[in-house]
Design a protein around this ligand. Sequence first.
Ligand code: AMP
Length: 196
Amino acid sequence: MAGAAESAARPARRIVFLGAPGCGKGTQAVVVAEALGIPAISTGEMLRSAVAEGSELGRRVESVMAAGLLVDDTLMAEVVRGRLARPDAAAGFILDGYPRTVGQAATLDEILAAGQVELDAVVMMEVPAEELVRRALGRGRGDDKDEVIRERLRVYEEKTAPLVGLYRQRQLLAEIDGFRSIEQVTKSILEVLHAA
Ligand code: AMP
């Protein structure tokens, strides 16, 4: 039986989803956010909309995204600061795709500290590498060409994977087996967030 302290724990509400491209975090972010009544904030989606609209931001990030590289931290800080300042994020959020570098993790801490809140949990979804490639190829997005997929996976390993150790050290990390059905993964995530 779970201890009283554990079952009484308040659900996490300021949450980061971490994982390689294709791990399913976008899908899970939407489902889990809905269950918790908080917004799922995908920086990738925000940037893709900016590109589709042909806004100034979109023009600045288009070629970097098409190459599978990361948009620079300063620009991303502006995007995320603006989004988290919106009223719907005041009571919580799931960040899907941010932070992606150690610098971005520090920026997120600063943004949250300025609002006198902190991160509650980081959910890491683990999926075998071959499955990531298979999923990405099946998705058919503009930046999902074979060599771009490989580049995105390489960039993930180089720039984003170090965040796993960082958040583990801070005891915020929950590792989830992402190589299961969508429903099973959702259930595990809600459990680790004390929201089941
Ligand atoms: P995603 O949908 O999260 O895979 O993001 C798609 C693309 O948007 C990435 O390959 C990057 O080019 C860019 N992007 C999204 N989020 C970030 C971020 N936090 N930092 C830098 N680039 C990002």
